[in-house]
Design a protein around this ligand. Structure first.
Ligand code: M6R
Length: 613
């Protein structure tokens, strides 16, 4: 998983590429490089480490040229190193390639090319692409790239420069994202839109199988069948600043604080109370149709990581509101377990990026077996959004930090809206129950804002976890799903070992790990489970644990009698509490990571968008 940028136009390309790479660094950051075409010569600068290092090097020895390609890498084939950093060149030095994805038949191709006299300089799968293009016949670079695509197996987004075709970049996409930006007399290509947003808002997304030739005033596209095609550009409404940090120290902090606004966006134009006893839900054109809900056979909710936790919460919504018990699954498990799925089934795929490899594969499997597939995603034009039968955009705005925050809570709200819709369509919705939840959902932004206003007070609570080597997160029912997400957030960025358990499960083994001063974060927001949860708190307290309880105002007195510290959420309908509870869980993780001196936005070993299996 890597970030690609390409530029052809009148500007000095070096700055455009470096700026773009900085906006793509969330996709991978173990090494970085650029190739610029100046007249008849390609010059490459690449090295291990982050973009700031390359920027420094190029400030001292700039590269000239008005077209170029750049890459920020997250290693898959070959260790992070200067040699393995992209771009990669052919033997002659005429061709430079950047690539995101994995070429599965790399070993066979490499052997064949070496036997044919090619000399390799890296361990990467990407380098075979440069040598294959060198071998290919073709009048034009686009001919050559289209010809060698037949030889490649696996996922790839590539951008290619060739000294014999100056002022042109050729790009190709297969199961890895790539978008083109159209400026006045200039063309951009990138793995994600923010990379070129300071220069243009006009975007053409590529489909799997597409090849494109980009020149200053020209864009030529071919589809997988080799036919010349046109695709309608669309305009991006969010600004370049929306993708910047807007004064916060980290993107994660900014994105946590953006949540109340994001929740409003998720519900805007969709959910409203129109009279004291009446609410209305208007889902977009692309959302599941009433007749699809009405003939529902089985429901599946699928995602990875945080998106899976949102699906877990969503599963409870469908059960409570529509009396349908969905199968909630991890995409990486679902796709290999030979699931029983067919026409009449609806499978909802939750993914911020819409590019997660396992989620896409699971969606394609469900679709091939006849299910109606629904994408709940943030990224317009993402592969999931384009390939699923139906789409529900969570409208969270760009999420840059690797740790998912606003995408999680907006996914939860999106699933609540879909569950309300199904309950309405299948006649299972209890009107009072629904009204209470609708009211709560619409109250969330206001309550979230006031909760975040208190967040500075939580630092001592975070410090207690930051100083520990491991922590437990406990909850029952919806609180268990919230606990799973809280623990993931904590371990992902603070590197404190944090485990979440259904509170009733601890005594079946894991209680053995609880000892004096072990931090335990207990979620207790569901009134019907308070007594049971308090018993579980007493069990860990008896072993010396130090308990922080996150609870609602109405429950805080009873909970405060057992816990060592209490973080109080405003009272709200219990079904909506996972959204509010996410805020302190995210902030505690952020504070613990900051106290430990970690790079909050780019935690070690991780990348924002997991486009490999
Ligand atoms: O883009 P997606 O929502 O499909 O990503 C799924 C997971 O990789 C993602 O949620 C991951 O778990 C987050 N980094 C967690 O904060």
């Amino acid at each position: 998983m890597c970030g690609i940028i390409g530029y052809v136009g009148p500007r000095p390309a070096q700055e455009v590429l470096l700026n773009g790479l900085e906006r793509l660094e969330y996709r991978g950051y173990d090494s970085v490089g650029v190739a610029l075409l100046d007249g008849s010569q390609i010059q490459v600068a690449k090295q291990m480490g982050r973009i700031a290092g390359l920027r420094e090097k190029l400030a001292a020895a700039p590269l000239a040229g008005h077209s170029g390609i750049g890459h920020t890498r997250w290693a898959t084939h070959g260790q992070p190193s200067d040699q393995n950093a992209h771009p990669h060149t052919d033997c002659s030095g005429h061709i430079a390639v950047v690539h995101n994805g994995i070429i599965e038949n790399e070993a066979a191709l490499r052997q064949e090319l070496i036997a044919g006299g090619h000399h390799f300089r890296s361990e990467t799968d990407t380098e075979v692409i440069a040598h294959l293009i060198e071998e290919a016949d073709g009048e034009s670079l686009s001919d050559a790239v289209r010809a060698i695509r037949q030889r490649l197996r696996g996922s790839y987004a590539i951008a290619v420069l060739d000294t014999r075709h100056p002022d042109e970049i050729v790009v190709a996409r297969n199961e890895a994202p790539l978008v083109i930006g159209l400026g006045e007399g200039e063309r951009f290509v990138a793995s994600d839109i923010p990379a070129f947003l300071p220069y243009t808002r006009w975007v053409v997304p590529l489909e799997d199988g597409d090849t494109a030739s980009l020149k200053r005033d020209e864009l030529v596209l071919w589809n997988a069948a080799g036919e010349r095609i046109t695709r309608q550009p669309y305009v991006i409404s969010w600004s370049a600043e929306a993708a910047e940090r807007s004064g916060y120290t980290t993107f994660m902090e900014k994105e946590i604080h953006e949540q109340p606004r994001a929740w409003r966006e998720t519900m805007r134009g969709r959910l409203a109370i129109v009279s004291p006893r009446q609410w209305e839900l208007h889902l977009d054109e692309e959302a599941p149709k009433p007749q699809e809900w009405q003939r529902l056979h089985q429901l599946f909710l699928i995602g990875c990581g945080t998106a899976y936790h949102a699906a877990m919460v969503g599963g409870r919504f469908f059960e409570q509101l529509a009396r349908v018990a969905p199968t909630v699954d991890l995409a990486s498990e679902f796709r290999y377990r030979d699931p029983i799925i067919g026409p009449g089934d609806i499978a909802i795929f939750v993914s911020q990026s819409g590019e997660t490899a396992d989620t896409l594969a699971a969606m394609r499997l469900a679709k091939a077996q006849g299910a109606t597939t629904v994408a709940v995603t943030n990224v317009v034009g993402s592969t999931l959004a384009r390939e699923a039968d139906r789409v529900f955009y969570i409208q969270a705005g760009p999420e840059i930090a690797v740790a998912s925050t606003k995408a999680y809570t907006t996914q939860v709200i999106a699933l609540a809206l879909l569950a309300l819709d199904l309950g309405h369509q299948n006649g299972q919705l209890n009107p009072e129950r629904a009204m209470a939840l609708v009211q709560a959902l619409l109250d969330l932004p206001r309550l979230g804002e006031s909760l975040l206003d208190q967040s500075a007070q939580w630092e001592p609570l975070a410090a207690a976890i930051a100083n520990a080597s491991s922590a437990f997160y406990l909850g029952r029912g919806l609180d268990w799903a919230a606990a799973l997400e809280g623990a993931l957030k904590m371990k992902e960025i603070s590197y404190v070992h944090a485990e979440a358990y259904a509170a009733g499960e601890l005594k079946h083994g894991t209680l053995a790990l609880v000892e004096a001063a072990t931090p335990v974060v207990a979620l207790i927001t569901q009134p019907h489970l308070v007594e049971k949860s308090l018993s579980n708190l007493r069990e860990v307290k008896a072993r010396g644990a130090s308990v922080l309880a996150i609870t609602s105002e109405g429950l805080s007195k009873a909970v405060g009698e057992v816990a060592d510290a209490v973080l109080v959420l405003p009272d709200i309908d219990p079904l909506a509490t996972p959204v509010l509870a996410a805020l302190p869980l995210q902030v505690l993780a952020l504070m613990a990571a900051t106290l430990r001196g970690n790079d909050v936005d780019k935690p070690r070993n991780l990348a924002k968008s997991v486009t490999v299996e």
